[in-house]
Ligand binder design. Structure first.
Ligand SMILES: [Mn+2]
Length: 447
């Protein structure tokens, strides 16, 4: 400082490579703890850059190196509990033994920041965590501050749709809306692909992706040559995930200038654990989003090697046999409608596949079909006369994706599973929905 004296100071910061949720959290820290100065990371995540440059003035950031001669009393850390992600700040803090308070919304994260008191919250966005505190204290925000905070919540919750979302995320979002947050601006900050060269690359990549079926999974792979690494590649990869909707996408970028390969990957299946998968290549990240840098390799031969690696490493996809009900009740064609209705009542079902003498499904009979027979006063007629046909059936090795397609295409709610001409099980729309719920697509873990 100018007078050469040591001043006591309180500071707050988020993780390195500042993202939108960090910025949302920090703007609220400024309101909640006005005697804390905010410190910026030397790295701003590409997705957060436009908001950061527009609203820099609202944060009044210090640089990490400004901390060097200061006596720091108190530190607040937001949106991380990992020492590695706050190194750049602590590297500049000397001669201080500050008390550290952390606000972090990451569920499973182990805290390795020593001596810190950790406050954890189950929120989709860390911004909601601090927003809830600000609401309780009756704090008011400027519309610009509300816009920054709401962008943070939308970013980390996938616009309030990811698995991690809590009711507080909605509550705080509503509060920020009341404080004058502009949805128009929030939307523009969330649009990660806006540079012309990004759009060009997106189009080129879309033309070069190849689709493979590996162990029943729909896998996309692209190999693309770039002169040099450009920012925002991950956003392009995510956009392609949205457009093409594969189970996983492995984007290989061969960077000519540095003779390295940048492998950016996204998955939407728990069975395809990318963090695990990229370990042998020195990469990592999260379950459903990971990347690796590989030196001295050529794109085309790396792609071939990687395909072979996927073939032997991926666990097989979930198939009909994994979720079907088996054994399954069936009615024979020659049963009378009366017998069929009694049987349905006995087993408490409203419909059932119909099989011929050799056990092959030939139709489907429901209480509604039987009702028609009752009205026509022909309850003694054989089921054959009133069942719906032809019956759509499939085999036990079809994947969940194929099951879904059959349900939608034929507007059916039951899919009999047949092996060697015999009915062996049934998959209902309900079984399928239960499976979807169990493996709900938490496509992105919180950042
Ligand atoms: Mn976060």
């Amino acid at each position: 400082m100018k007078d050469g004296k040591i001043h006591n100071m309180n500071v707050a910061f988020g993780h390195t490579n500042t993202d939108l949720d960090c910025l949302g959290s920090l703007i609220l820290i400024k309101k909640l703890f006005p005697d804390f100065r905010l410190v910026k990371s030397r790295l701003i995540h590409p997705a957060a850059q436009s908001l950061y440059y527009l609203y820099e003035g609202y944060f009044d950031f210090l640089n990490p190196k400004d901390l060097m001669d200061e006596q720091i009393d108190n530190i607040i850390i937001v949106d991380t509990c990992t020492a590695d992600r706050v190194n750049e700040y602590f590297g500049n803090i000397r001669n201080s033994s500050p008390s550290i308070r952390i606000f972090d919304h990451h569920h499973a994260a182990n805290c390795d920041i020593l001596g810190a008191s950790l406050e954890k919250g189950n929120f989709g966005a860390n911004t909601s965590f601090l927003g809830k505190l600000a609401m309780k204290q009756g704090i008011t925000l400027l519309p610009e501050e509300a816009t920054i905070a709401l962008t943070g919540i939308y970013a980390d919750t996938g616009r309030l749709i990811y698995e991690n979302v809590s009711r507080e995320d909605f509550e705080v979002a509503a509060w920020l809306f009341d404080m004058g947050a502009s949805l128009k601006l929030v939307k523009s900050f969330l649009e990660t692909i806006k540079e012309d060269d990004q759009i060009l690359l997106l189009n080129q990549l879309l033309l070069s992706v190849e689709q493979f079926n590996i162990q029943g999974h729909v896998i996309l792979i692209s190999n693309f040559e770039l002169d040099e690494n450009i920012p925002g590649l991950a956003a392009i990869v995510e956009k392609i995930m949205d457009i093409e909707n594969p189970d996983a996408y492995f984007a290989i970028f061969s960077i000519k200038k540095s003779k390295t390969i940048l492998l950016i990957t996204r998955s939407q299946k728990e069975k395809i654990d990318l963090h695990e998968l990229l370990q042998p290549y020195g990469g990592g990240g999260h379950h459903l989003a990971a990347s690796a840098k590989i030196s001295n390799r050529e794109g085309p031969e790396f792609k071939e090697e990687f395909l072979a690696y996927l073939e032997k490493s991926l666990a097989p996809a979930t198939r009909a046999k994994d979720i079907m009900k088996s054994p399954v009740h069936a009615i024979t064609e020659n049963m009378s409608l009366l017998e069929a209705s009694l049987f349905l009542e006995k087993v408490e079902l409203t419909s059932m596949p119909v099989v011929n003498d050799s056990g092959t499904p030939t139709g489907f009979i429901s209480l509604r079909d039987i009702m028609k027979g009752r009205k026509a006063n022909s309850m003694k007629s054989p089921v054959r006369a009133y069942m719906s046909k032809p019956v759509i059936f499939s085999n036990s090795s079809i994947t969940m994706r194929e099951i879904e397609r059959i349900f939608f295409k034929h507007h059916i709610g039951h899919l009999p599973i047949v092996e060697e001409g015999e009915l062996v099980g049934i998959v209902t729309r309900w079984d399928y929905l239960e499976y979807r719920k169990r493996t709900a697509d938490d496509r992105r873990t919180p950042e």
